[in-house]
Design a protein around this ligand. Structure first.
Ligand SMILES: [Zn+2]
Length: 312
């Protein structure tokens, strides 16, 4: 059932994180809704500006709406991911979203506050929630590219002022993750020390972790075995780190890369192993089934350390 984003957030702080999955097509919507329903946990379906251009915003939202009737047990909300002010205004006015992310993190601190505040006011007037971002993630996602030297961690001493002035409902923080498959080099990992400092500044406030895919080595290896050329050093966020972050207030975890890897691996293997086939329905069905399994397992794994699924 479609549920307000803030209502979904209200139950999870310190216990579990809601998986937020980027959708581009109908197969993903089916797989995600089924998987979350099987896990008995809520889910966010995210639409990026690139997805809006690719599939059309209205078509994507209609697919989600239609699918929700097939999977009434799945609690979900529709979220705009990485919107600029124009995307946010359009999404708010459409009435088809439950929350938006305004991404003004590349602007100065004061300009980020000004842009975010304006969107928050408009969204709250329409009973919608706003995710803002403070700090800049590196990496590549859709049409966004941020180099390592432009990336910066969220400054703990800025968060209280930012949240108080903007009145945003959740905050995406930069603590070491990045977009895309190449998140960490060497021994780099999540900066949980920064997260703990941020949490002390604004306790009980929900944080969002972008770029939180696991990027399993096995997927990379299988893609390369079937003709892919991905860097085998690609590495994502390890589960125990994610679970520590969830215990420190991360309530929403964004997943995009892992679903793309599944898509690439499945189609490469399928067409190589079945060269006589050309019907998109066959691999399409396999993709839905694999996503269902992936999302179900992912939802069940996004628990704070020491929390058991039965207790949430
Ligand atoms: Zn992101």
């Amino acid at each position: 059932m479609r549920t307000a984003t803030q209502q979904l957030f209200s139950k999870c702080y310190g216990k579990y994180a809601i998986g937020a999955y980027n959708v581009f097509n109908a197969e993903q919507v089916h797989g995600i809704m089924r998987g979350a329903g099987n896990a008995g946990l809520p889910v966010l379906l995210q639409i990026t500006p690139v997805a809006r251009n690719y599939m059309s915003d209205k078509v994507l939202r209609s697919i989600i709406d239609a699918a929700s009737h097939l999977y009434p047990e799945t609690d979900y909300a529709i979220h705009l991911d990485h919107g600029n002010p124009e995307h946010c205004k359009d999404a708010i006015q459409s009435g088809g979203y439950d929350s938006v992310m305004i991404d003004a993190s590349h602007e100065s601190f004061m300009k980020n506050i000004a842009i975010t505040s304006e969107i928050v006011k408009m969204a709250h007037d329409n009973n919608m929630a706003v995710e803002a971002e403070l700090g800049v993630l590196s990496g590549m996602e859709d049409d966004m590219t941020v180099n390592d030297d432009q990336a910066r961690f969220t400054q703990p001493d800025q968060v209280a002022e930012f949240v108080e002035k903007t009145r945003c409902d959740s905050l995406a923080i930069a603590i070491g993750t990045s977009h895309g498959a190449y998140k960490f080099k060497g021994d780099q990992s999540l900066r949980l020390d920064i997260l703990e400092k941020i949490q002390k500044m604004i306790p009980q406030f929900p944080f969002v972790l972008h770029g939180a895919s696991a990027v399993p080595y096995n997927e990379i290896r299988r893609i390369n075995e079937y003709g892919g050329k991905l860097d085998e050093d690609a590495r994502g966020v390890r589960l125990f780190e994610l679970q520590a972050a969830i215990a420190s207030g991360v309530c929403k975890v964004n997943i995009a890369t892992d679903m793309r890897l599944i898509w690439a691996r499945l189609h490469r293997e399928f067409f190589k192993n079945s060269p006589e086939l050309f019907d998109p329905i066959i691999p399409g069905k396999k993709y839905m089934d694999e996503l269902e399994k992936f999302v179900s397992q992912k939802c069940l794994s996004l628990l704070a350390k020491n929390i058991k699924h039965e207790t949430i």
